[in-house]
Design a protein around this ligand. Sequence first.
Ligand code: ADP
Ligand code: MG
Length: 266
Amino acid sequence: MPEQLKAKIIAVANQKGGVGKTTTAINLGAALARDGRNVLIVDLDPQGNASTGLGVEPEDRERTTYDLLLDEAPLNSVIRRTSFENLWICPATTDLSSADLEMISNEKRTLLLRTALRQGGRTAEGFDYILIDCPPSLSLLTINAMVAAHSVLVPLQSEFFALEGLSQLMLTVREIRGSANADLRIEGVVLTMYDGRNRLAQQVELDARETLGDLVYRTVIPRNVRVSEAPSYAQPVLDYDPTSKGSIAYRALAREVMRSHEPQPS
Ligand code: ADP
Ligand code: MG
């Protein structure tokens, strides 16, 4: 397998819904792209929120992640440019909701996305970062993402029980390390929708930093209405409101991510 891929493949995962996975995939992706990196977002959620949020209308999604996984459509036939410079998307539709069932009988079922991305030849080669927006479950789709990825980035909503779900996620990561992807790392944990005035949020942050140490990014994503408005304008918040707190935070997160992957000039 030609595995010496330049692209860093990062699965954005958390089995809880509504914790900021899609928002992070879009806006971290946009922030990396703004810094000149070529970025592909793979929409792996049948809800297709990343696709919609980046302006790909459902009727325009001719070829999708489903085709990539189940019909061996080559990566270059599925991805498309977004209106944001350097940012590409592999869109998803509700078709993907049947993928789990359809994959079950395939003996390579956990390797489908890995094969599509890592053997995607020159197409995958053109990207610096590939972010996979996972569905809110630890289903076969999410397993595919973790088997395909170099690392897992976990958005953690700053609320009660946030850390409980994390142990199950970490267990899944360990299982995958023990089977199909020995090199899988935790990229980092990012606190999302953070409200610094809220005592509970502060406590979740303290707990997370105490338990997870350096895995938790210094950057915290604040709760910011501009972030939640941006998708309905089919834009990353970086375009919708570049000076908003959300934009500034996602740009800072992108710098942390780049720092850990790219050699720093001394
Ligand atoms: P997931 O993909 O994990 O289900 P989403 O990224 O779709 O989560 O986020 C869930 C909801 O929270 C969405 O309505 C989104 O707009 C909103 N949201 C996410 N991050 C923020 C933020 N930093 N500030 C305000 N709203 C946010
Ligand atoms: Mg989502």
